[in-house]
Design a protein around this ligand. Structure first.
Ligand code: IMP
Length: 450
């Protein structure tokens, strides 16, 4: 069977811990979109692994695949693999030959475009991770991208670079008006330097047997009876189609992309389980609306600081402090519908312990009307006033003991909170995260047993 794990909110829901936990029951873990913009932290036996590209399952020795829907920075890939090897692990990671490559000029362009947007004072910068994600997907859609397979053929690579690099240089110099002479970014636009570096990367990929025809590979593994876990990166509300455009990433974190981004048919994905990962409150890194944001007055800001510290809400990739808000059910309803969740896992329930007050947004008011899901435009969403329901709070509890004793050991108010959420989105709870370690999860249902 297949299990697809999807972020229900704005990324950073703690997907890594669940992927890592259930990945132990999978034979292959596949990422189907995004690139090294995805920070995931996996804690194993008290040791913390921070990964941005390598699928989380690799920490447990499961085969990790970067599907064709991913954009791959091979330098990050090798750095993460080498780091895991130095720490005594032997990660088995394969990359789809149809996946697109992030080149140095993509990262430079990501930075320039954000600077230009910031300078025009229109407030339309996205706050990207600066990893070149958007510019690489633009080239993919523009049919001028360089794919992993192209790195394996030095002549093809040169031909493609000779076509695309002068266009990128002209974009920087003629459109953005920057002079690359003497600029340390110039090397990113030098065909010879790029060719030398990326042909060598292709050789290493070939030497280590790391590239695959993803569709064929997964098809064969499935035929052999292997269990496949799709690891979504980022979250539903920064999906380029279903998120709050334009404050989105340039790929589809939602479940439909598991098929497109891997080459395994929609029936295989749809026949399996789709689990939405939910954080018990909200966090957002980057720009864009957040109707339930705790930023109204000094008390709210102090509460946000407290949650941020307790929850470690600082970007894994960029280190930026994350914005904090109350749980927003309209966002979860949208996520459950778009991806067709069969279950949810709610994380960070421990972080909300000990609060004086606990609120949940159940709907929005806008122009005298009420809504139970997210409007289609950012302009309308940012004008929405959240409708809150106040629920009982719970005291801090011993996470290890709760993880050991099970769901009923959670404080009653925490269980009420979880059941309220499950009812509102009409989706059962499969797991509850009560701490950062993989062991600190209360499992109600293992999707691989369904
Ligand atoms: P990009 O993916 O770097 O282009 O960034 C686009 C938007 O997605 C920005 O608001 C980023 O902060 C956000 N973003 C990208 N990756 C992640 C992630 O893994 N977690 C949370 N936000 C992300």
């Amino acid at each position: 069977m297949t299990l697809t794990i999807v972020g229900s909110q704005l990324g950073d829901e703690g997907k890594g811990a669940l992927v890592d936990r259930w990945g132990g029951d999978a034979d292959v873990v596949v990422r189907y979109q995004g690139g090294d913009n995805a920070g995931h932290t996996v804690v194993e036996g008290g040791v913390e692994y921070k990964l941005s590209l390598v699928p989380s399952g690799a920490v447990r020795g499961t085969t990790g695949i970067l599907g064709n829907g991913c954009v791959v920075n091979p330098k990050t890939l090798f750095t993460e693999i080498d780091d895991l090897r130095e720490r005594g692990l032997d990660p088995d990671v394969r990359v789809a030959r149809r996946a697109h490559v992030i080149l140095p000029y993509h990262r430079v362009l990501d930075g320039i475009e954000e600077e230009v947007k910031a300078d025009d004072d229109a407030g339309d910068e996205v706050g990207t991770t600066g990893r070149g994600i958007g510019p690489t997907y633009e080239d993919k859609a523009g049919r001028r991208g360089i794919r992993i397979a192209d790195l394996l053929d030095s002549d093809v690579l040169r031909e493609k670079l000779e076509y695309v690099v002068p266009q990128k240089r002209a974009l920087v110099e003629d459109v953005y008006g920057l002079d690359l002479q003497g600029d340390d970014r110039a090397e990113a636009f030098d065909v010879d330097a790029l060719h030398e570096e990326f042909a060598a990367i292709g050789e290493r990929l070939a030497d280590e047997g790391m590239t695959v025809n993803c569709s064929d590979y997964l098809h064969r593994r499935r035929e052999a009876g292997d269990e496949i876990l799709f690891e979504g990166a980022q979250g539903t509300h920064i999906d380029i189609d279903h998120g709050n455009y334009p404050f989105v990433t340039s790929s589809n974190p939602t479940a439909g992309a598991a098929s497109v981004g891997s080459g395994l048919g929609v029936t295989a994905v749809g026949d399996g389980e789709v689990v939405g990962i939910v954080k018990a409150y909200l966090s957002r890194v980057g720009e864009g609306p957040l109707p339930t944001e705790l930023d109204g007055d000094a008390d709210e800001e102090a509460l946000a600081d407290d949650i941020r510290e307790k929850g470690g809400e600082f970007g894994t990739v960029t280190g930026r402090p994350r914005r904090i808000g109350w749980l927003d059910l309209p966002m979860l309803r949208h996520a459950a519908r778009v991806s067709g969740f069969t279950g949810v896992a709610v994380n960070h329930v421990d972080v909300l312990a000990g609060l004086d007050e606990l609120k949940v947004c159940t709907g929005y008011e806008l122009d005298g009307e009420t809504f139970d899901t997210v409007p289609t435009t950012t302009e309308r969403w940012e004008r929405c006033e959240p409708v809150f329901e106040t629920l009982d709070t719970w005291e801090p509890f011993d996470s290890a003991a709760v993880a050991e004793d099970g769901y009923d050991a959670l404080p009653e108010a925490a269980r009420d909170y979880l059941e309220f959420v499950a009812d509102e989105i009409d989706t059962p709870i499969y797991a509850v995260g009560v701490g950062p370690d993989r062991e600190e999860t209360v499992e109600l249902t293992n999707p691989f047993d369904e």
